[in-house]
Design a protein around this ligand. Structure first.
Ligand SMILES: Nc1ncnc2c1ncn2[C@@H]1O[C@H](COP(=O)(O)OP(=O)(O)OP(=O)(O)O)[C@@H](O)[C@H]1O
Ligand SMILES: [Mg+2]
Length: 211
């Protein structure tokens, strides 16, 4: 699958959009050139890189989304192999919709809690809406903050099967290293052995998408 332009979005806040976007970008810089477009007015992706020190800089550049984001991305495509767009926790904004118009992949982080799964009907609406403007986009739910050592409840698995959206086989566990990377302005790839398992999780997601 072509994964050149990846949008990370969910109308819900705090589900791991920026965490996934930033670590995916770090993983993609190991396979080619990559840039993050920060489309969230909260500017969390931009602030993330501002926390890094000169010894350990964030491996990808982050630029703010411009008013004409589509034009901006087409321009960036001439320079970068991969573009990751961190979207705000709402989808009605013009910039989010325009970003999705030219993305190849839409990743929707989802927490495996009942409340978040109940909101998944809204995710189906989100995808329908996106597919109206971009019929060829590939959309996937990415489960985030899975407890590493506890199996997902059967109820949760059942609820997931009812969602009419592809769910990536690989998931992100709840790990301190994801928080540490954000606090230190780096990615899980830059944490040495502390980030090893997490960076394998990100690599697995990239491989699953790229295959
Ligand atoms: N897999 C994980 N393991 C541990 N902590 C995580 C994980 N994913 C996200 N977090 C933490 O959860 C919080 C929310 O994550 P994040 O900021 O990425 O979500 P978001 O969807 O971008 O939020 P917003 O809607 O505000 O933009 C952060 O403190 C982040 O460090
Ligand atoms: Mg965010």
């Amino acid at each position: 699958m072509d994964i050149g332009v990846i949008a990370v979005a969910n109308q819900k806040g705090g589900v791991g959009k920026t965490t996934l976007a930033m670590n995916m970008a770090a993983g993609l810089t190991r396979r080619g050139s990559c840039i993050v477009v920060d489309a969230d007015p909260q500017r969390s992706a931009t602030m993330w890189t501002e926390l890094s020190d000169s010894l350990r800089e964030f491996p990808a550049k982050v630029v703010p989304a411009e008013d004409e984001i589509k034009k901006q991305i087409i321009q960036l495509q001439t320079e970068f192999d991969y573009i990751v767009i961190d979207c705000p926790p709402e989808i009605k904004s013009d910039s989010t919709i325009s970003a999705m118009e030219i993305s190849q992949v839409l990743l929707i982080p989802l927490l495996p809690s009942p409340m978040d799964l109940w909101s998944s009907t809204r995710i189906e609406e989100l995808i329908k809406r996106v597919q109206q403007v971009n019929p060829t986009i590939s959309a996937f739910v990415v489960l985030n903050q899975i407890e590493p050592r506890s199996a997902m409840s059967r109820g949760m698995d059942g609820a997931l099967q009812e969602i009419d959206i592809p769910v990536l086989r690989h998931r992100l566990s709840r790990r301190a290293s994801y928080r540490t990377a954000a606090l230190e302005g780096c990615s899980v790839y830059d944490l040495g052995y502390r980030g090893q398992v997490a960076s394998e999780e990100i690599d697995n997601i990239i491989d699953e998408l790229a295959q």
